[in-house]
Design a protein around this ligand. Structure first.
Ligand code: HPA
Ligand code: ZN
Length: 350
């Protein structure tokens, strides 16, 4: 890796903001800002159990993952038509572009919508059209990853995959999200095997609140290529060695971990430890509208709290491209741009 020059602490936020980066862990339904939730509720005649934008925001005081998910699924209830899904994704892409996110892999939860009678096609077409426009109009490259809700059955996940397969050209992989504890990865062995047989990429949330054993089974039973969150790996030294040796990417979400009380104090987050242990760690926003920040907020606040430096910033951005599901040519292009950004930043240091 090329030698990263030291950057004065007061200039680090500027570098973090302007460096090109990939976002690999963003639930698009978690980018719905309260203002858009209310606008869509009005447009679609959906009643919300909150009187105002302020009342909704005031409810964002989470104690764990489940306390968040209850509100997150209520927020998603305003999404009915293809244009709603487009508008939600477009709002995210505008923020991503402002944060110098050049590539994004977006999770979406079709079961949250199909269970309410919204057709699969409506969800996928709306999101995919926004991805196409993001590339053309904002220069943000984007792909979709379909997530299964792990609190529901594997039969439901299998039906969901069958329903989505006619649109297989519009998403690149499958993931696993929602309530983790009590719903281990191995519950979804068959559906992940089927997705793999269809040539789809595989990822899964594991080790956010759940034990290291869930990370082991995501790797060895589901055969995932990345672990979403994965911060509980720190409690299992053998697992840490495995993750480092195989460069299994972890898509870590610091502000999410803080807001859901995984690390109530950001200064206590273990991201620097994971990075120092040789893991392919990345920084991501998870559900930015609910957790108080998009990509650059995550980078700037995490670096301020933990005291990480420019070398670590470079490693995290580099890892985001290493971990992304893009062509080797595209990856090399962005790694070059990243290097140019860091070299240019040093030249103009005062
Ligand atoms: N964890 C699990 N499921 C989720 C999350 C998360 O952080 N965000 C949206 N669904
Ligand atoms: Zn997540």
């Amino acid at each position: 890796m090329f030698k990263v020059h030291a950057v004065a602490a007061h200039r680090l936020p500027q570098l973090l903001r302007q460096m090109p980066k990939a976002e690999l862990h963003i639930h698009i339904e978690g980018s719905l800002e309260p203002e858009l939730i209310f606008a869509l509720a009005q447009r679609n005649g959906v009643a919300l159990p909150y009187a105002s934008v302020e009342a909704l925001r005031a409810a964002y005081a989470f104690t764990n993952l489940q306390s968040f998910l209850d509100i997150y699924y209520a927020g998603a209830s305003v999404l009915l038509h293809e244009q709603d899904f487009y508008d939600m994704a477009w709002a995210y892409f505008e923020r991503a572009a402002a944060d110098h996110v050049v590539h994004a892999e977006l999770f979406f939860d079709p079961q949250t919508h199909t269970e309410r009678g919204v057709p699969m096609e409506t969800v996928i077409h709306g999101l995919h059209r926004a991805c196409v426009d993001a590339k053309a109009q904002l220069g943000v490259d984007a792909q979709l990853i379909l997530c299964f809700l792990r609190h529901l059955s594997e039969e439901a996940a299998l039906l969901t995959l069958q329903e989505a397969l006619p649109f297989k050209d519009k998403f690149i992989g499958v993931g696993l999200d929602s309530s983790e504890v009590g719903h281990p990865p191995e519950k979804f062995t068959q559906v992940f095997a089927l997705a793999k047989a269809h040539g789809l990429h595989l990822v899964a949330h594991a080790g956010e609140e759940g034990p290291p054993a869930y990370i082991w089974s995501a790797l060895d039973v589901l055969h995932v290529e990345r672990i979403d969150h994965g911060v509980q790996a720190i409690h299992d030294p053998v697992l840490m060695q495995r993750l480092a040796k195989d460069r299994v990417p972890l898509t870590v979400c610091p502000l999410s971990n803080q807001k859901l009380c995984v690390f109530p104090n950001l200064a206590d987050h273990n991201i620097a430890q994971l990075l120092d242990a040789g893991l392919c760690v990345t920084i991501n926003s998870d559900d930015p509208a609910y957790f108080g920040g998009y990509m650059n907020d995550n980078f700037v606040q995490t670096f301020a709290a933990t005291g990480m430096n420019a070398q670590q910033a470079y490693a995290l951005a580099r890892n985001s491209f290493e971990a992304s599901f893009v062509s080797e040519t595209q990856r090399q292009h962005w790694l070059h741009e990243l290097k140019v950004c860091f070299e240019g930043f040093v030249e103009h240091d005062d």
